[in-house]
Design a protein around this ligand. Structure first.
Ligand SMILES: [Mg+2]
Length: 127
């Protein structure tokens, strides 16, 4: 069964480039431009394996989305969340990990970095 990846970023260029990488790795890709739209995607799809989550977005940022996701009993451990952000200071990283993020990718990213993080989180993909 094809695994679903949800890409959440307000920058369309990031959604496109990350989407291409995830499609090449065999994922069905869903997109959202902010945390609130990501919540709608989560409600529409209860089988999302991994969320690739930007931090700085309008309406609802990635951190607030993450906190809400992990406080929902249904989603405490699922899906895996990988932050993909320029918010790479240690305090921000620790804050996101404490809130339930599984891994961290610093922009700019490439396919190798995404594969490395999927390996660490334990999400299988096609090569
Ligand atoms: Mg952003």
């Amino acid at each position: 069964m094809t695994k679903k990846a949800l890409i959440v970023d307000d920058a369309k260029v990031v959604r496109i480039s990350l989407g291409r990488i995830m499609q090449a790795l065999g994922f069905e890709v869903l997109e959202a431009a902010n945390g609130a739209l990501a919540q709608e995607q989560m409600q529409a799809h209860d089988d999302i394996s991994v969320v690739l989550l930007d931090w700085n977005m309008p309406v609802m940022n990635g951190y607030d989305f993450l906190v809400a996701l992990r406080s929902d009993a249904k989603h405490i451990t699922e899906p895996s969340v990988i932050m993909v952000t320029t918010e790479t200071g240690m305090p921000s990283m620790l804050k996101a990990l404490a809130a339930g993020a599984d891994e961290y990718i610093m922009k700019p990213f490439d396919k190798e970095m995404v594969m490395d993080k999927l390996d660490i989180v334990g999400i299988a993909y096609e090569k």
